[in-house]
Design a binder for this molecule. Structure first.
Ligand SMILES: NC(=O)c1ccc[n+]([C@@H]2O[C@H](COP(=O)([O-])OP(=O)(O)OC[C@H]3O[C@@H](n4cnc5c(N)ncnc54)[C@H](OP(=O)(O)O)[C@@H]3O)[C@@H](O)[C@H]2O)c1
Length: 217
């Protein structure tokens, strides 16, 4: 079972939909159980044979083996303080790209004392296995199941088996490619590409992603 905390937003919704279409059982998490159930029903209409439910964030985390964090960065600390007892020994996939929007400048990366949102999450939930992934994948593309995805998902973690599991999940979304990005220390580079992509999206009116060249697969 995969849980998407903050899965009522576009990024969590899109990832949940794609992975549900790939056969995974998913639960949408929200601060409001009714909102989560509403989104689960909407997604079920797009994927009628998929198993999609909704629950309040803590209940969603408790029921799942793999927990995706898909809230804005400002929500990460309070969310992890609330749910951390439900994360022990579990894989936590951090999709969060810390950024803010400034008039005249657009999207700007927010500095994180721990180094990155993913490293901070590992500090806040030390008994979980944090994996950083999907920060450079457009929600807009994910939420339209007819769109064939393009590009790479750089996956970083200090936990080998957890990283392999998330790389396998990535490969279930056609045609995304999983790239091993090394340890969690590298997550900051991946997270900081996202505000750049937001700026490129505005300039070219597209939904940009990234591609690492030179890998034969
Ligand atoms: N959007 C994209 O294209 C994209 C691409 C790559 C990565 N990301 C990253 O993915 C994450 C989610 O993106 P998004 O666009 O889906 O975000 P969002 O719509 O702003 O937020 C997602 C959900 O998080 C919950 N939330 C909002 N503020 C919160 C808070 N302070 N504390 C706890 N929960 C809160 C809300 O759910 P409830 O009100 O139902 O609890 C909301 O529906 C972000 O960190 C973003 O950087 C986004």
């Amino acid at each position: 079972m995969l849980a998407f905390l903050g899965g009522t937003g576009p990024e969590g919704r899109g990832l949940a939909l794609r992975l549900a279409l790939a056969g995974e059982e998913v639960v949408i998490g929200s601060r409001d159980a009714v909102r989560a159930q509403g989104v689960a029903e909407e997604l079920s209409q797009l994927a009628p044979s998929a198993r999609i439910t909704g629950a309040e964030n803590s209940a969603a985390a408790a029921s799942a083996d793999v927990i995706f964090l898909t809230v804005p960065y400002e929500g990460q600390r309070p969310l992890l303080e609330q749910v951390r007892e439900n994360l022990t020994g579990k894989v936590v996939v951090n999709v969060i790209a810390p950024m803010r929007f400034e008039r005249g400048l657009g999207a700007i990366a927010v500095a994180v004392e721990a180094g990155s949102a993913a490293q901070e999450a590992q500090e806040l939930a030390p008994d979980s296995l944090v994996v950083s992934a999907f920060q450079n994948v457009s929600a807009e593309e994910l939420t339209h199941p007819d769109v064939v995805m393009q590009g790479d998902v750089v996956v970083c973690s200090n936990h080998r088996e957890a990283k392999d599991l998330v790389m396998d999940l990535t490969r279930k979304i056609p045609d995304l490619r999983a790239v091993d990005g090394g340890g969690l220390i590298n997550s900051k580079y991946v997270e900081q590409i996202t505000p750049l992509l937001v700026s490129i999206n505005r300039i070219y009116k597209i939904h940009a992603g990234i591609r690492i060249v030179g890998i034969d697969s």
